[in-house]
Ligand binder design. Sequence first.
Ligand SMILES: CC(C)(COP(=O)(O)OP(=O)(O)OC[C@H]1O[C@@H](n2cnc3c(N)ncnc32)[C@H](O)[C@@H]1OP(=O)(O)O)[C@@H](O)C(=O)NCCC(=O)NCCS
Length: 334
Amino acid sequence: MNEQHVHLTGIGSYLPERVLSNAELETMVDTSDSWIQERTGIRERHIVAADQMTSDMAVEAARIALNDAGIGIDDIDALIVSTTTPDMVFPATATVVQAKLGGKDFPAWDIQAVCSGFVYGLAMADGMMRAGMFRRVLLIGAEAMSRIVNWQDRSTCVLFGDGAGAVVLEAKEKEGGVLGSVLHADGAYRDLLKAHHPHPGASPDRVVDFSLDAAGVAAVEMKGNEVFRVAVTKLGQVVGEILEHCQVDKGAVDWLVPHQANIRIIQATAKKLGMSMERVSTTVREHGNTSSASIPLALDELYRTGKLAAGQLILLEAFAGGFAWGANLLRWSK
Ligand SMILES: CC(C)(COP(=O)(O)OP(=O)(O)OC[C@H]1O[C@@H](n2cnc3c(N)ncnc32)[C@H](O)[C@@H]1OP(=O)(O)O)[C@@H](O)C(=O)NCCC(=O)NCCS
């Protein structure tokens, strides 16, 4: 087999209809639109409907991505869903998505690297495809973060949102596509950003009411300013590492598509790369932090608005609970 390169041939995303504004949050917790915008850059976020699951958002994004690639679910060899908020403990949400899309007889599994899930998933798919295991992979990041947020905790509830993004990956002999990936994790930091298991079987003292109106549920817990400090440092390092790994000069990068947690973290990474904010995809204002959905959502935003051109270099990076962080470099080839 000749050397294979993994190209993004389809992309799609989905945001639930309901928009939760900072103004509405002001009526729920002791916060203000100006505090949220100043500290995070977030103005609003989308919230999944009561009768929607993570898999439903994943399916919507996947259908658009498949259509964009001009293929059907039967053309897919493997399906990976990155999610922190699976429909159930098991089966994997990926199998639910497979069934809802009418797919059969190909492997489907979930991965969990929280907000870095898409970067991890892309690295994993790229490795498996280069090794010849699969020719076409559907990779989805889908999250119902609103279901694991404590809506009485102002320090976290203002930050998150729901959504899904999907990409179709195809192995080809043609050069380009995923040029490389760098992944890291350091579990010594695991207590700074975490959510206890919502399922009573795993944690009998924590029974979670998943509704937006639920009071005082134990969910996302974060030492925000400590996370912030480490995130800025590690992301600054990892963007340097991926460029070195791929032998690319920072001045050659056309677009930065960062995980969307906080505009100030994004600005710090852009500064490290010497990139102006015009070359950075920022959706955090409208989406909030959608965990592993945020990168494909932000990439799709660039794509749909016609900003991407074949041959451009795109740097993806993410930082997550764990901590787990990483980056991928792509040469856009659509
Ligand atoms: C969460 C975050 C926005 C908080 O900003 P910050 O500047 O670090 O603020 P602090 O946590 O130090 O809190 C400052 C003050 O604001 C208050 N505050 C916290 N949340 C608030 C809110 N929603 N509205 C108003 N005030 C708030 C705090 O209680 C604190 O008050 P005090 O000084 O009286 O104690 C920021 O730390 C952050 O983005 N961290 C990283 C988050 C992240 O990336 N997480 C995901 C990684 S995937």
